[in-house]
Design a protein around this ligand. Structure first.
Ligand code: G3P
Length: 222
């Protein structure tokens, strides 16, 4: 499974890329707005793309086919590793088809059902992004969308990658991996939590304390 970082925060992206923890990045207008300040979003994207050795999703903000298509083409020029993010709406599906026909990779976002994932895949999306956490938030079982999409894509040998998005905690990542999502995109805090286990810390403390005793004894015997 590939791990993407779901942020536009360059500091976080640099940390995760240096640690070799991520295979790509996803952004959206909310995430860019959080950190943009006065910066030009295109410049921010350019910097992110230079830091990340992998796909970087950048979202259009138009909602009509012609706007999404034009924006998508412009975004694709920012860097070779840009993946254009298009919302799962009827006009978006047409834009996906047009962009994909030109060889531009597209991530269809705001997917909340397996049927939407299938439509996006049929349009030529490279990635579909079911939003797990937001479904959980309204009392649905978000992971069911990943489960159903996996079965459907396998049934028809669809190559579109299932990108589990709106991940809220490490259990989401584990469950998505067990079901066979191709990618999980997660906020920085979830990625950090994946690294941690209290028993690891406790075990290491014990090893180091015991070793210190050996070292002290050895010094006393010298
Ligand atoms: O990037 C899309 C998605 O991951 C957003 O997640 O936390 O805003 O529901 P969230």
């Amino acid at each position: 499974m590939q791990f993407f970082l779901d942020t536009a925060d360059l500091g976080d992206i640099r940390w995760a890329a240096r640690a070799g923890l991520i295979d790509g990045v996803t952004t959206n207008p909310t995430l860019v707005a959080k950190v943009a300040g006065d910066a030009d979003p295109r410049d921010m994207l350019r910097e992110i793309c230079a830091v990340v050795d992998g796909p970087v999703s950048a979202e259009v903000v138009g909602v009509r086919t012609e706007d999404m298509y034009a924006e998508g083409r412009e975004l694709a020029k920012v860097a070779d590793n840009i993946v254009v993010k298009i919302p799962m709406i009827e006009d978006g599906v047409v834009a996906v088809r047009q962009l994909a026909a030109e060889g531009i990779r597209v991530n269809v976002t705001l997917c909340f059902s397996a049927a939407q994932c299938l439509i996006a895949a049929k349009a030529g999306a490279a990635y579909v992004s079911p939003f797990i956490g937001r479904l959980d938030d309204v009392g649905h079982e978000g992971m069911d969308v990943i489960r159903e999409a996996r079965v459907i894509f396998d049934n028809y040998e669809i190559e579109t990658q299932i990108l589990a998005a709106s991940i809220r905690h490490p259990r989401h990542v584990t469950d998505a991996a067990m079901i066979g999502a191709d990618v999980a995109t997660m906020p920085t805090d979830v990625l950090k939590k994946l690294l941690l286990h209290p028993l690891t810390d406790r075990g290491l403390d014990q090893f180091l304390n015991d070793w210190a005793k050996v070292a002290t004894r050895a010094k006393g015997n010298a």
